[in-house]
Design a protein. Sequence first.
Length: 452
Amino acid sequence: GRLTTPDNYQKVVEDGRFHTILSSLASRLDDCDARMLSMVADASARFRTSTPELSDLAQRLAEVVARREDAFNPRNLANVAMALSIRGVRDVATVEFIRAEAFKLMDDLEPAHCVMLLEAFRRWGVFDRQLVDLIVERMSDEVDRFTARDVVDALAVISRLGLARGFLLRRLCTLSFENLGQFTPRELTKMAYSLAKLRFLTQGNVDDLADVIAPELHRLVGSQVTELLYALAMVDARHQVELARSLAGQFTSSAKTGPTRSLGSLIDFAWALCALDLVDEFESDFKATMAEIFDRSPPQNRVPLMKLFDVICALELEHLALGIAVPPAWKAACDDADRFEMDRLEPSRLHNEIVMRFDHLRGTASGTRWQLRMQRNQQCGPYRVDMLDEASKIALDVETVSWPTTRKLKHKLLEGLGYKPLRIEYWDWRRARTEEDQNVYLQREVVRLLEA
């Protein structure tokens, strides 16, 4: 598993001797102790993509593991959970066994084990609030034991899950930014990417990261470059535009010399150029990037499609002169992803709170009394917004940590269509703990918008 590369992968997995090894392992798993089962699981997970033989071994492994109650220590359990989730084994018995064992071992879990268990359940598509709460609590208690890699991996899985756990995030950020020299450039880039998605990255943080990364910028490759560029765009760090230009230039030059660029990195690059108003500066590179994206098939993953939806809207509303034609399959896939996620968020508790506050909110702006009648999930041009007041054309979106892009680009485009966009920052809203605080916050934001 360690020695396979994209060049020799097919040769290895199609070799008859490899199949013999897997079938021999599968037939002897009953004789293995918990440590050996963990090692087999870890080894099988190192192969980049699955094969029927690897899947059969993983399924057999899961059957044996589920009969070994109280046999696994925290490290072995985390290894097994991660490996089985990577191989796509997600039957109810296996997931329930890992969950039950995790509860028993909770007080002995180390930070790395916590991260692996969260990632395994994320891959399984299982969100167990009780388990997540206990793991987050355990991580908060053990913050002083986090290594640099633990911090990076923890922030990555928290951002992928969209976990808005402010106490843990504050402690991890404090630990990280007091010890930036302990991280590699790649780790700093991943950390910036995760914190930006969580809306927990400030422009001051960006400046600190830029100071440390800038001398090592040449060491970043591929998606590492676009992750940092994406983080700059997420916090609208226009004062770091020279760094953004360097990253954009570095990514475009890699097209000629580097390996094939991933779809995720291409979409991050295109979105960041739109968000930072750099499309005109990198026009030919932007057009080449869009062509490279559209040459591929739309992915199943909604996250890159939601990012690209912003880019497609920018093409239609701001960059028509570029003459970039969007294939119908891509347009439909992006629109479906955006609509699905908007529909999913519409009944959330957060959105209910905000609508309830608006039901009783009144005020005066520029000598005129106002009262907003917010309708949820409304169409505004090519976009849907969380809430819209038809009379005033105030279009409101909540900057939730689960949405993959900031709403700033969207709101700039909506403003051009005659709407009055209003962004509610998630963490600002959470700081308004009482109904009175929430009313004051909303009233202040609406008055500021109407008087602008």
